[in-house]
Design a protein around this ligand. Structure first.
Ligand code: PLP
Length: 285
């Protein structure tokens, strides 16, 4: 079955789906994106993702190309046409097509919209979660507005590649003060020796992950103590547990950081429990 992509009003076979060479996403990374999990054919936490999308667009002064309702129809249609049961939807909106000039294009330039949906290896992800992943730390050399889900991801690309080359699955960015900000495509968490769950406050230093937001409810429901504060790589080395969160991985246990085992080197009880409980708190649509 050939994959189907939505591009500016049309559903096309992915192999022939194209955008203009002067699309500002291609020329300047001038756009935003969202990734939603698909579970049992339903879209997970779509409303929260749409709210974050609208915020990202507003911060960059890109107009919403269609109503949130119309966008929801397109997303649903992409899931249906690609027969995705367990997977992800990718949605990208750029400032549109215009002759290359750094300043904004003429008013009225239509934003470009691309939506794709694909199946993920659900069983493979479960196996990875049962084993846990390794992370490495890298300096956080990103711009200050990482709270915007911009498609401008070069530092994240380089960080992820650095992780891969060191046999790890994720890179944790560390700021100038030695504090972990977040992963290259995930939020970062630790569990202290006395069982407190710690993650950085969602200020401008990180992306406010939708998975992170839902997990705060799960943590509360589990009666766990939460501390929203920055933590250092040193503290993470000595933590009882560590994990990352994102729409495509939900809660993924971290068992090694910079080649040091976390806790006993196996996924911990808190991370495993939060992963198992997550979908009881997420919204399906
Ligand atoms: N932080 C960064 C830099 C990300 O790229 C992502 C997801 O792609 C996240 C955090 C987690 O966000 P979410 O839980 O909404 O997927």
């Amino acid at each position: 079955m050939s994959r189907i992509a939505y591009v500016n009003g049309r559903y096309l076979p992915a192999r022939s789906a194209t955008v203009h060479i002067e699309d500002r996403g291609y020329q300047f990374s001038d756009g935003v994106y969202e990734v939603c999990e698909v579970r049992g054919g339903a879209i997970v936490d779509q409303q929260r993702h749409m709210a974050r999308l609208e915020r990202s667009l507003a911060e960059l002064r890109i107009r919403m190309p269609m109503s949130a309702g119309a966008l929801a129809v397109v997303m649903r249609e992409c899931v249906r046409r690609n027969r995705v049961r367990e997977g992800i939807i990718y949605l990208q909106i750029t400032r549109g097509v215009a002759r290359r000039d750094h300043a904004f294009p003429p008013a009225g330039t239509a934003p470009s919209v691309v939506v794709t949906a694909r199946t993920l290896d659900f069983a493979g992800n479960e196996r990875t979660a049962a084993e846990g992943i390794a992370v490495v730390t890298v300096p956080d050399n990103r711009w200050e507005r990482v709270d915007i889900k911009s498609i401008s991801l070069l530092p994240n690309v380089l960080a992820k590649q650095a992780a891969r080359e060191q046999g790890a699955k994720e890179a944790w960015f560390v700021d100038r003060d030695g504090h972990v900000t977040e992963g290259s495509s995930s939020n970062a968490w630790i569990v202290t020796k006395d069982g407190k769950v710690v993650t950085r406050p969602a200020d401008r230093g990180i992306l406010r992950g939708i998975t992170r937001t839902v997990l705060l409810d799960v943590i509360k429901a589990q009666g766990l103590e939460l501390e929203e504060r920055a933590f250092t790589a040193e503290e993470a080395y000595g933590a009882r547990e560590a994990f990352v969160t994102s729409a495509s991985q939900i809660v993924m246990p971290v068992v090694r950081i910079d080649d040091r085992p976390v806790g006993n080197g196996a996924p911990g009880l808190v991370a495993t429990t939060l992963r198992a409980e997550f979908h009881r708190h997420a919204e399906l649509s």
